[in-house]
Design a binder for this molecule. Structure first.
Ligand code: MN
Length: 258
């Protein structure tokens, strides 16, 4: 009997030799959001607006409208989110293959525990990728910082005397991932792919600037990266197919062999 690959996958899911890990943060009105300096437009928090709930407005059904920023909660950044990628694809045009992709996990939780504004250098990224035998073609670099333990707006943004203080990649590390690696993007636990201090760098917000400018992608506000192996996980990311959109909240799961 020849076993098909998908048949084997279903068997492995049933006997739990492949586990599904949910990397998605709960989406509610208290989900933390990015804060920009006050002169700029601001993204919206997630809000439900009840249409009916088994009442006069609809006796047998419950449903809601919702309002959200495209970049609220666990979400997918499309290339056209950034000016460097303004001629790039929108979220509805991200190819299906990019939605199912391998991932490697760079763990910097110890460094971030000591210094919340820890910046991951190009050397650190290159040494990590060399140690695991190279970056997977078309894969994600997931940066595990432990930041997803911070679930309130205040803790997530972590404003200090120097402004927002959260970890991320350096200018050179972002440029390396964008322009020299075979990776398709970066995934992080923070509200956006860049470090809190990245507003004042040159270029500002380098993960956005370089990675999206190279027609690559971002995943933000991931959780449960501690449940992933360093290599071998497969990420399934499902942003809404918003025509012309710059990104979308997404359910993001990982398949992990046990
Ligand atoms: Mn974003």
């Amino acid at each position: 009997m020849s076993a098909s690959v998908l048949g084997s996958l279903v068997s492995a899911l049933n006997d739990r030799s492949i586990e599904i890990v949910d990397l998605t943060a709960p989406l509610s009105s208290t989900t933390p959001i990015l804060e920009l300096p006050e002169q700029f437009g601001q993204t919206a928090t997630f809000e439900l607006e009840e249409i009916s709930r088994y009442d006069d407005r609809g006796p047998a059904w419950y449903w809601n409208n919702f309002r959200t920023g495209e970049h609220t909660g666990t979400h997918f950044d499309a290339p056209n989110h950034w000016v460097t990628g303004k001629d790039g694809i929108d979220i509805s045009a991200v190819p299906e293959k990019a939605l199912v992709a391998p991932a490697v996990v760079l763990d910097v939780t110890a460094e971030v525990a000591d210094a919340p504004g820890y910046i991951v250098s190009r050397e650190r990224v290159e040494a990590f990728l060399a140690a695991i035998g190279g970056a997977p073609e078309g894969g994600w670099l997931l940066v595990r910082t432990g930041w997803s333990q911070r679930v309130t707006q205040e803790d997530m943004i972590n404003n200090t005397e120097t402004g927002p203080t959260s970890p991320g990649l350096s200018v050179e590390a972002a440029q390396y991932v964008a322009e020299e690696s075979p990776l398709q993007g970066i995934g992080v636990e923070t509200v956006g792919t860049d470090a809190g201090a990245a507003h004042s760098w040159d270029p500002a917000f380098p993960c956005h600037s370089f990675v999206l400018g190279a027609d690559k992608y971002g995943l933000a506000q991931l959780q449960n990266l501690d449940k992933l192996p360093t290599t071998g996980a497969v990420i399934v990311a499902s942003p809404l197919k918003i025509v012309g959109g710059s990104g979308s909240p997404a359910r993001v799961i990982a398949l992990v062999e046990r």
